[in-house]
Ligand binder design. Sequence first.
Ligand code: GLU
Length: 430
Amino acid sequence: MIERKAADPVKEEGEKKKENLNLLTSTQIIIREALEKLGYPEQVYELLKEPMRMLTVRIPVRMDDGNVKIFTGYRAQHNDAVGPTKGGVRFHPDVTEDEVKALSIWMSLKSGIVDLPYGGGKGGIVCNPSELSFRELERLSRGYVRAISQIVGPTKDIPAPDVATNSQIMAWMMDEYSHIREFDSPGFITGKPLVLGGSHGRETATAKGVTIVIREAAKLKGIPLEGARVVIQGFGNAGSYLAKFMYDAGAKVIGISDAYGALYDEEGLDIDYLLERRDSFGTVTRLFKDTITNKELLELDCDILVPAAIENQITAENAPNIKAKIIVEAANGPTTLEATKILTKRGILIVPDVLASSGGVTVSYFEWVQNNQGYYWSEEEVEEKLEKVMVRSFHNVYNTAQQRGVDMRLAAYMVGVRKMAEAARFRGWV
Ligand code: GLU
C-alpha cells in the first residue's frame, strides 16, 4: 500500500520553502531548549542542530518513452553517535533539503525516545509518484540506491518507507544494494515484503503505536475509548489503519480526510466500507458528494484529533478553534510552534509526533534485528514487544513533562536528545 500526503494544501514553491525553513528552525529552537534544560553546553547544540552529513544526488532515469529524466534526491544523516542512522525515504514533489534535514533530526529523537541503538536519517526524492509508471518507479528507486550507496548500509544508515513509498519499493532498493555489494543484504533496508525478510506487523506498526498512545492518553484524560469521537486527517498508511483500529476498539471515527477533501458523520463513519473503497494512494473522498474541507475537519467537535497527513496543518490561525481534548500527532510536524503554545494554554493535551509516530521505526528495528540474527518472530511476539516499548516511552515522556513542568513536546525532545548527547560526549566529540 502506498502512503500519500493526505491534506489539501497545494502551495506556491516560495511559501513551501519558507515553511520548511520554519520546520528546521522550529526544531532547532526546541532542541536548544531541551539541551539547556538538561544542562548541556552550547557545543552540543552546535553539533546537533544540523545533520552531520547531507548528500544531494542527481538521478538519471530512462522513462518509458525513451527520454531520460533527471530527478533530485537527498539523504540526510543527522547523528551517528549512538549507532547507524535510520529513517525513511519519501517520494513527493514538494521534498526540499531543509525538510529532509528536519525529518532526519526527528528520526534521531524518535530513536532516543523509544531507546533504539540508532541515530536519525531521512531521504527524499523530488517526484510525483502518481505520474510514474511501475517500471519508471522501479528505475528511479534503483537509481537512488546507486546514487547513495557509498554512505548507506546495514551498519551505516538503514532506509525505510515514508510518504508514498512502500514494501515493493523497499524490495527493489534492497535488491539493487545486494547487487552492488555482491551479497544478500536484507538488513540494508526495512519495511520489506515478508518473503524478503520483512517483519510481521511492520505495515501496521505506525498505526498500532499511535493506537497505544491514544489509549494511554485517553486514560489520563478520563476519556473512555468506547464511544470516543475521533477525527483523523489523512487516510494513508498511518491514518487508514488507525481508523480501523479505533473503529474496532469501539470509538466513533466521525471524520477522515484525504488529499481531496474530508468526510464527516456525527454517528461514526463506516470504516470497513471506506477501506474497501480506498485506492492504493489512500484516496476515497472523491467517491462522495457530501464532503467537507480539511480546514472544517480539523475544527470538528471531537474528543481525539489525529493529524496523520503532512506538516504544518495546525497553526496559530486554526489552533484557537480546535475543539479536541487530545491531539495525537501521527504525522511528522503537523503542529507549528505557535499552535503548540496556544493549545497547551487551552489545556489540550498534545502527544507529539516524535513519540506518537515512533511505532514504525520501532518495528523497523525489530525487522533489522531479525535480519541480523536470521531468526524470525511471530506477529504476536512483535506486537507484544511494540506494546511494551510504546507504553514505557509514553509514560517516560509524560512523567518527564510533569516533573519538569514542561509540555509533552519539550519533554519528548529532552528524552529523545539525551542519549545522543551522552553518546557524543563519551566518544569525545563534545
Ligand atoms: N518513515 C517512518 C518514520 O518517519 C519510519 C522510519 C523507519 O522505519 O526507519 O518514522
